[in-house]
Design a binder for this molecule. Structure first.
Ligand code: BGC
Length: 450
C-alpha cells in the first residue's frame, strides 16, 4: 500500500516537470517511461498500473489507492478527438448498463439464422426458426480478423439509434487469449504464448479499442474471455493452464484497462454453477476475480461477472438435476447468491449477467461437466432485465445457438473427447461454425416455445 501511494504521488508530480504533451490515449507515465507526462487539453494523465499511465478524457482521477467503493461518474464531459460527441465514458456508470437501452441484433448472427431458415423445409419449424433472428445475441470476436467488422456493427447500431431515437447496446465477446481453452481442445485459438501470443493479444485488444473509439455514441457490453479465469481456479494441474496463468492474467488485465478507458461495460466470465459453484471453489474464485479487479485499478466499467456462458444450466431450476448432487448451488441463482458476497467482501461489488440461450431444457446431461453440443437442448429464457434478482443485471443469450461447441471429427487437432460423448450431438463441425441440425433441435425444443 505504501509503495503504491508513493508511486501515485510521483506520477502526480510528473506533469509539473515535463514540457511536451501526450495525445489522448497516449502514454504519459509509468516506471521506465521517459516521454511526455502531461496530456493534451481535455484529458488528464491517469495511472492504470505501475508501468502505464495514460491520457484519458476528462479531469484527473482522485490520487488515492483504489478502494472497494462503488464506481463514481466523471464530472466533466469529455469528447472524442476532433468531435463534439461525448465519449461513452461520460455515461453514469453506477447502475445496470442494460436499462434504458435496446440490445442491437447481431448482424452476424442474423445472417447465420437467415441462411439456416432457408435450409428448413418444414413450414412450422421454419416459422419458429425465423423468430430466433429477433432475439438479441452476443457477437464473438474469436479471431483478430473479425475485429474490423465490429466497426460495421457499431456503425449500423449508431445509425439505428439516430433514426429511431432508441438507444442501442452492442453485445460482444472478447475471446482471443493466447493458449486459449487451455483445459480442452475444441476452442484452441490462433495465438500461442510461445509465439508472441501476449503481444498479439494486446494488438487484438488495441484493434477493438480503435473501433470502439469511432462510435462513442453507442454503448457496448462485453463478456471477457469465457473459461479463462475459471481455468486458473480449477485447472492449474493441466500444464497448458499453469503455463498460461501469467499471460491470461496480464491479457485480461490489459483488456479491462484498455476497454475501460473507452467506456466498454465489462463482465468477466465466471464459469457456471457446476464449475466454480462447488463450495470448495467459491472462495478461490472470488479471490482471483477480486484480486485481478483491484490490481487493474477497480476499473469503473468492469461491472461484474458473466455466468453460464455457452453452458446449459437453468437460472432457477424447478428441482435439482440429479447430476448436480453434492452441490447445493445446483443452478445459476444459487451460484450467484453464493459468489456475490464472497466477491464483495474481497472488494469487488459485482453484478451479474447469465447466459440462458441454450438452457430451456434441463436434466439432459449424463454428467454436469458435459459441455459439448448437449443433445436435447432447447433455446431458453429470453433476454430480459426483469431477472428477479438485484444481483443480476440481465438474462442474456451469449452463445449464439446453432454455432457449434466442438467437432466430432476424431482426426481434427481440435477434437475433444467431450464432443464424442453419448450425450453430445453427432456429426458436429468445428467449434464456432454453423451446426444446422443442432440449431433445428434448439428451435423445436425451445422453452418457452417460439
Ligand atoms: C468457439 C468460437 C465461437 C464461439 C461462439 C466457441 O466455442 O470456439 O469460435 O465464436 O464458441 O459460438
Amino acid at each position: 500500500m505504501f509503495k503504491y501511494s508513493a508511486l501515485l504521488a510521483l506520477v502526480a508530480l510528473m506533469p509539473a516537470i515535463a514540457n511536451a504533451q501526450s495525445p489522448l490515449y497516449g502514454q504519459c507515465g509509468g516506471i521506465g517511461w521517459s516521454g511526455a507526462t502531461t496530456c493534451v487539453s481535455g484529458s488528464s494523465c491517469q495511472k492504470l498500473n505501475d508501468y502505464y499511465s495514460q491520457c484519458l478524457p476528462g479531469a484527473a482521477a482522485p490520487t488515492s489507492a483504489p478502494t472497494s467503493a462503488p464506481p463514481t461518474s466523471p464530472t466533466v464531459t469529455p469528447t472524442a478527438p476532433g468531435s463534439s460527441v461525448p465519449l461513452p465514458s461520460t455515461t453514469p456508470t453506477a447502475g445496470n448498463p442494460f436499462v434504458g437501452y435496446e440490445a442491437f441484433l447481431s448482424p452476424y448472427y442474423q445472417d447465420e439464422v437467415t441462411a439456416a431458415v432457408s435450409a428448413i423445409s418444414d413450414p412450422t419449424l421454419k416459422a419458429k426458426a425465423a423468430k430466433v433472428a429477433s432475439v438479441p445475441n452476443f457477437t464473438w470476436f474469436d479471431v483478430i480478423a473479425k475485429v474490423p467488422t465490429l466497426g460495421d456493427y457499431l456503425s449500423a447500431a449508431s445509425a439505428k439509434q439516430a433514426s429511431t431515437g432508441t438507444k442501442q447496446l452492442v453485445q460482444i465477446v472478447v475471446y482471443d487469449l493466447p493458449d486459449r481453452d487451455c483445459a480442452a481442445l475444441a476452442s484452441n485459438g490462433e495465438f500461442s504464448i510461445a509465439n508472441n501470443g501476449l503481444n498479439n493479444y494486446k494488438g487484438y485488444i488495441d484493434q477493438i479499442v480503435a473501433q470502439v473509439k469511432k462510435f462513442p455514441d453507442v454503448r457496448i457490453v462485453a463478456v471477457i474471455e469465457p473459461d479463462s479465469l475459471a481455468n486458473l481456479v480449477t485447472n492449474l494441474n493441466v500444464q497448458k493452464c499453469s503455463g498460461a496463468q501469467t499471460a491470461y492474467k496480464q491479457g485480461v488485465t490489459y483488456a479491462m484497462q484498455q476497454l475501460n478507458a473507452v467506456g466498454v461495460y465489462m463482465y468477466l466470465d465466471a464459469g457456471h454453477a457446476g464449475w466454480l459453484g462447488w463450495p470448495a471453489n467459491l472462495t478461490p474464485a472470488a479471490q482471483l476475480f477480486a484480486q485481478l479487479y483491484k490490481d487493474a485499478g477497480s476499473p469503473q466499467f468492469v461491472r461484474g461477472l458473466a455466468t453460464n456462458v455457452a453452458n446449459f444450466n437453468a437460472l432457477r431450476a424447478s428441482s435439482p438435476d440429479p447430476i448436480t448432487q453434492g452441490n447445493q448451488n445446483y443452478d445459476e441463482i444459487h451460484y450467484i447468491e453464493a459468489l456475490a458476497p464472497a466477491l464483495s467482501s474481497q472488494g469487488f461489488p459485482a453484478s451479474f449477467i447469465v447466459d440462458q440461450g441454450r438452457s430451456g431444457v434441463q436434466n439432459i446431461r449424463q454428467q454436469w461437466g458435459d459441455w459439448c453440443n448437449v443433445k436435447g437442448a432447447g433455446f431458453g429464457m429470453r433476454p430480459t432485465t426483469n431477472t428477479g434478482s438485484s444481483l443480476i443485471d440481465a438474462v442474456v443469450w451469449v452463445k449464439p445457438g446453432g454455432e457449434c461447441d466442438g467437432t466430432t471429427n476424431t482426426s481434427s487437432p481440435r477434437y475433444d473427447a467431450h464432443c464424442g460423448l453419448s450425450d453430445a450431438a453427432p456429426n458436429a463441425p468445428e467449434a464456432g461454425t454453423w451446426f444446422q441440425s443442432y440449431f433445428e433441435t434448439l428451435v423445436s425444443a425451445a422453452n418457452p416455445a417460439f
